[in-house]
Design a protein around this ligand. Structure first.
Ligand code: DGT
Ligand code: CA
Ligand code: CA
Length: 575
């Protein structure tokens, strides 16, 4: 069974959790947590590195011991160290750690004192009022726990797009091994580039449905086959991800792809349009009575309905159908339109690659420019730069730039926005840079008015060029902070500065509707990788997907501009 990075990361996280509940050495625990993060965010499959016999200790934070474990996991699907821990502790106990307010110490107490080993047992103990009596808990904590655990139990699990992509790519590659497969596509929310997906919807065109279905159910990563009929199958993968497969005749390809790409709202609107014209639209085609008018391709079907072809990212019934009728669909930005990246880190702070390596990779990708934007001094955990180290880095960038042709490193900083909206570095040094990216990394909990004021004050600073990850959210992990985004967008417009769409798969803010706001207001959006390693440039595709969902065209995006134009736009952000 092919092992994905997320599987390895999950194993390391579970080891760290179990060690923590056991009360093990904090350094050991931190090593596993770091490894889980690095592996989970690594944009190439480690499996392939193992298969090629590459040296895994070259990954940041991975020593010989962890490298051996990665190899063991890839080769056997298991990790003996984890199995041993699972024998020592209750198997589901790490789930308790997902409840806010429950750290390892409390989990250990609950387990030892009340024999609470699962979320259900935790809920029961809270309902029975048994938790409040424990040392260090109390009635208020008990009530909070009960509320959190009930919410947690009712939550549906959605997968982040970047993780779903790893599972989808492997499964599609496996299915392509069936000779009968003529076409294959992952449809549904995945094709629409939603930031998370509930399940994968796979579509295959073939004349031999049986052969395809056989290959599907023989996939190594299957956990449960929920249904496997002649033309449809539904399974749960070992990762817990559900996959629906539809097998269709090639002549219905377009109609089926349209139907299974959705969204449901888009489909309903199309079907209504067909009905108004006396036609019938379903997954087999567009019909007048029994006569089939279209269905082989999506373009056919849209054309027969009097519409231009609509890119999947727009299919949310948010005005795209009207725009398609009047030939006013946006010409959406593509990855190839990006000429550079305006937010990356290097080894000088918490990045894993050198300045030279990041520059080389940017050139290999065909970029014209790359802005180096390290964290600033207040972020001590990541060795944020003070004025002296920033100036040293700038000098180094100047030297490197002398050797480049058709490529330029820009001198920047991701300066921390302090709680009162001031910036974390003095004006004189900020004024020496090509651009200043400002971002919030603390006090996510300020009330709306205060948080908004804080950001407006930062935007008003004479040197700020771009507001990075403007909502601070981490998908499924940390909610966006409470701000008046419309006001921020207007302020950016007045001030002539820009907003970032951070392409990191866990961030992806601006959201799609924020992008629409920015576009309406005429504020250019910078699609940035926030890369902490060379491999992270690959994340730009997710940022572009989000931007496309927000109707952005190349002209709406800052870093589609050639260097000269970019430089003058950045220069204009200075007061
Ligand atoms: P997800 O999986 O929650 O991230 O979202 P989707 O959009 O992938 O939804 P899913 O997997 O339930 O269904 C895939 C597509 O199939 C959906 O986008 C449109 C189509 N579809 C599903 N149910 C219906 C329905 O009741 N009516 C119509 N017109 N289309 C549907
Ligand atoms: Ca789906
Ligand atoms: Ca589905």
């Amino acid at each position: 069974m092919p092992i994905h990075n997320a599987d390895i990361a999950a194993i390391f996280t579970e080891i760290a959790d179990l060690l923590e509940i056991e009360g093990a050495n904090p350094f050991r625990i931190r090593a596993y947590r770091n490894a889980a993060r690095i592996v989970g965010e690594w944009s190439r499959e480690l499996r392939t590195l193992v298969e090629r016999g590459e040296d895994l200790t070259r990954l940041p934070g991975i020593g010989a011991d962890l490298a051996a474990k990665i190899r063991e996991i890839v080769e056997t699907g298991k990790c003996r160290a984890l199995e041993k821990l699972r024998q020592e502790l209750p198997p589901a106990i790490t789930e308790l750690l997902h409840i806010p307010g429950l750290g390892p110490k409390r989990v250990r107490t609950l387990w030892h004192e009340l024999d609470v080993q699962t979320l259900e047992q935790l809920a029961r103990a809270a309902r029975d009022g048994r938790i409040r009596a424990l040392p260090g808990f109390g009635a208020k904590t008990e009530a909070n726990i009960l509320q959190a655990v009930e919410q947690h139990l009712s939550q549906s699990k959605r997968l982040k797009l970047a993780i779903a992509a790893q599972y989808a790519d492997s499964l599609a590659a496996w299915l392509k091994g069936a000779p009968a497969v003529e076409r294959i596509e992952v449809a549904g929310s995945f094709r629409r580039s939603r930031e998370t997906v509930g399940d994968l919807d796979l579509l295959v065109a073939t004349h031999d449905a049986q052969a395809v279905m056989r290959r599907f159910t023989a996939y190594e990563e299957m956990r449960d086959v929920l249904a496997a009929g002649e033309t449809r199958g539904s399974v749960i993968l070992k990762s817990g991800l559900q996959v629906d497969l539809r097998v269709i005749e090639p002549e219905s390809w377009g109609a089926a792809l349209l139907y299974f790409t959705g969204s449901k709202a888009h489909n309903i609107a199309l079907r209504r349009l067909a009905q108004e014209a006396g036609l019938k639209l379903n997954e087999y085609g567009l019909f007048r009575g029994r006569q089939r008018l279209a269905g082989g391709s999506e373009e056919d079907v849209y054309a027969a309905l009097g519409l231009d072809w609509i890119p999947p990212e727009l299919r949310e019934d948010r005005g795209e159908i009207g725009a398609a009728r009047t030939h006013r669909l946006p010409k959406l930005v593509t990855l190839a339109d990006l000429r550079g990246d305006l937010h990356v880190h290097t080894q000088a702070t918490d990045g894993h690659d050198t300045l030279e390596a990041m520059a080389a990779e940017a050139q290999r990708l065909g970029f014209e420019y790359l802005a180096i934007t390290e964290h600033s001094q207040r972020l001590k955990m990541v060795h944020g730069l003070d004025a002296r180290r920033l100036r040293e880095q700038c000098a180094k960038i100047d030297r490197l730039n002398e050797g480049f042709k058709g490529f330029r490193l820009l001198k920047g900083i991701e300066v921390d926005i302090l709680e009162d909206g001031r910036l974390d570095l003095p004006d004189d040094v900020l004024g020496e840079l090509d651009l200043v990216v400002a971002a919030i990394h603390s006090r996510f909990d300020l009330p709306r008015a205060k948080q908004t004021e804080r950001i407006l004050r930062a935007l008003d600073h004479p040197y700020v060029s771009i507001l990075a990850h403007p909502s601070g959210r981490l998908i499924d992990a940390r909610p966006p902070f409470d701000v008046d985004m419309a006001r921020i967008v207007r302020a950016a417009k007045q001030r002539g500065c820009f907003l970032e769409l951070n392409a990191h798969p866990e961030r992806l803010d601006l959201t799609d509707s924020d992008c629409l706001l920015a576009k309406d207001e005429g504020v250019l959006v910078a699609i940035d990788s926030d890369a902490h390693s060379r491999a992270d440039f690959a994340n730009l595709r997710f940022g572009v997907g989000q931007a496309r969902r927000g109707w952005l065209e190349a002209k709406d995006v800052l870093n589609t501009r050639p260097l000269a134009e970019l430089s003058s736009l950045l220069a204009r952000t200075r007061k």
